[in-house]
Design a protein around this ligand. Structure first.
Ligand code: RFL
Length: 394
């Protein structure tokens, strides 16, 4: 079997690349370790930036999203016992869309498989890449039914298998630099079966630690609580979680969080990495396979989509018209946005966590940084631009 492209991983990045290739009349195979049911339910991101939604729309991938997603135009900071609403649409002319990642993945699978006739092999094991430096690379995997190793040769491999995948290890061997950053901070990521207590994203910057509220749907809300890295979620029983959320998100005149059953509770150790370059021979990485950005600024899915648009379009141009320019510039173009978002996450991390660092100096500078957002229109505009990813320079 010989195909133009094999895509490893059916997350947002891989499915978007596949859907773009199918729209260009190209054949491809997506390999995925999990089942369709599993990937369509896996809860994760929810915030998508306006430019990314328009990118999906241009490629015929946003029909459901545009009808069902919620539009967010403001967020609210809570510090020093007060509420500070930050109306970013007024400042930047742009907004966020809230659309849970499982819904986006479900739409992308349906579009790629059911509408555009793309193929996915679910449940594959032990994916390996071969001959990436030649012009006939191949990908092999253990077939779930027979247990036999299948080999597919191709022109290009798209490595879209996320942070725990195998494709980036194929690049890293001596060719690429992996830059890492560890925040030394944990977040308890929670999903509660309860409506949000406010109609927008809330950031509580409190001496006890950060707390965040992200509305997901009328009946489900995501919360985050700063905790020590490596903390055991079992240290956070129901009562402790809600007491901490009430305290850290508490502010004069603010409704307390609406309590509900916790349906997800896991500790994320905040860290980032960037693989440079994002390509090696015939392998091109996209999304979390190439770079991880801690969920501090809700950027990961947006970066995955940015890569996927560029990679899908570049592969289509190369395979249909022999135009190599997109693939040649792919890594550098992706990395400009990746580094910009990493820098913003690092900056934002201090805003969220500085008050709880146990250092009166950092607590003082953090409070100054927070206040500046509400006293300086220039600082506010700059924040809005980065928060929404609207800077025109990409
Ligand atoms: P994914 O979504 O991880 O998909 C990779 C797919 O590859 C499969 N796979 C393999 N397949 C074949 N062979 C292998 N060896 C394989 N190994 C793995 C996996 O099963 C999976 O189906 O990567 P992709 O496509 O790059 O997408 C990245 C995004 O999923 C990720 O960046 C975001 O979820 C990050 N993120 C957020 N991003 C935002 O932009 N806004 C948010 O609000 C936001 N919130 C979050 C988040 C991530 C979170 N977690 C759990 C890390 C909240 C959380 C809690």
């Amino acid at each position: 079997q010989h195909l133009p492209v094999v895509v490893v991983g059916a997350g947002p990045a891989g499915l978007t690349v596949g859907a773009i290739l199918r729209a260009a009349g190209l054949d491809c195979l997506v390999l995925e370790t999990e089942t369709r049911e599993f990937i369509e339910r896996r809860p994760r991101a929810g915030v998508i930036e306006e430019w990314a939604v328009r990118g999906l729309e241009r490629r015929g991938l946003a029909a459901n999203l545009l009808v069902r997603a919620e539009l967010h135009t403001a967020c609210e900071f809570r510090f020093d016992g007060k509420r500070y609403r930050f109306a970013y649409r007024e400042l930047s002319g742009s907004h966020h869309w809230v659309y849970p990642q499982p819904l986006l993945v479900t739409d992308l699978v349906r579009e790629y498989v059911d509408v555009r006739g793309g193929r996915i092999r679910f449940g594959v094991r032990d994916v390996r890449l071969h001959d990436l430096d030649g012009d006939r690379p191949s990908v092999s995997y253990l077939c779930p039914e027979s247990g036999r190793r299948e080999v597919v040769s191709c022109e290009f491999v798209a490595g879209c298998d996320g942070a725990r995948g195998v494709t980036r290890t194929s690049v890293a061997a001596g060719r690429a630099r992996v830059a890492r950053h560890d925040y030394g901070i944990g977040w308890l990521a929670l999903l509660a079966e309860a409506p949000p207590s406010a109609d927008c994203v809330l950031f509580g910057c409190h001496p006890d630690g950060f707390a965040g509220q992200m509305p997901r749907s009328p009946g489900v809300t995501r919360y985050y609580l700063q905790c020590p890295p490596g903390d055991d979620p079992e240290n956070w029983p129901h009562e402790r979680v809600w007491a901490a959320l009430r305290r850290r998100l508490g502010a004069a005149g603010a409704a307390p969080p609406v309590e509900g059953r916790l349906i997800e509770k896991r500790v994320l150790d905040m860290h980032d990495y960037v693989t440079e370059p994002m390509a090696s021979g015939r392998l091109f990485l996209a999304g979390d396979a190439a770079h991880l950005v801690a969920p501090i600024a809700a950027k990961g899915l947006n970066l995955a989509l940015h890569d996927a648009f560029l990679l899908g379009d570049s592969l289509a141009a190369r395979l249909t018209a022999g135009d190599d320019s997109g693939l040649t510039g792919y890594s550098a173009e992706c990395l400009r946005r990746v580094w910009d978002y990493q820098e913003f996450s690092q900056w934002l991390s201090e805003l969220y966590h500085g008050s709880a660092a146990g250092d009166p100096f950092r607590a003082g500078t953090t409070l100054a940084r927070l206040r500046r957002l509400f006293t300086s229109p220039t600082a506010a505009a700059s924040f809005a631009e980065q928060y929404l990813g609207t800077a025109a320079r990409y």
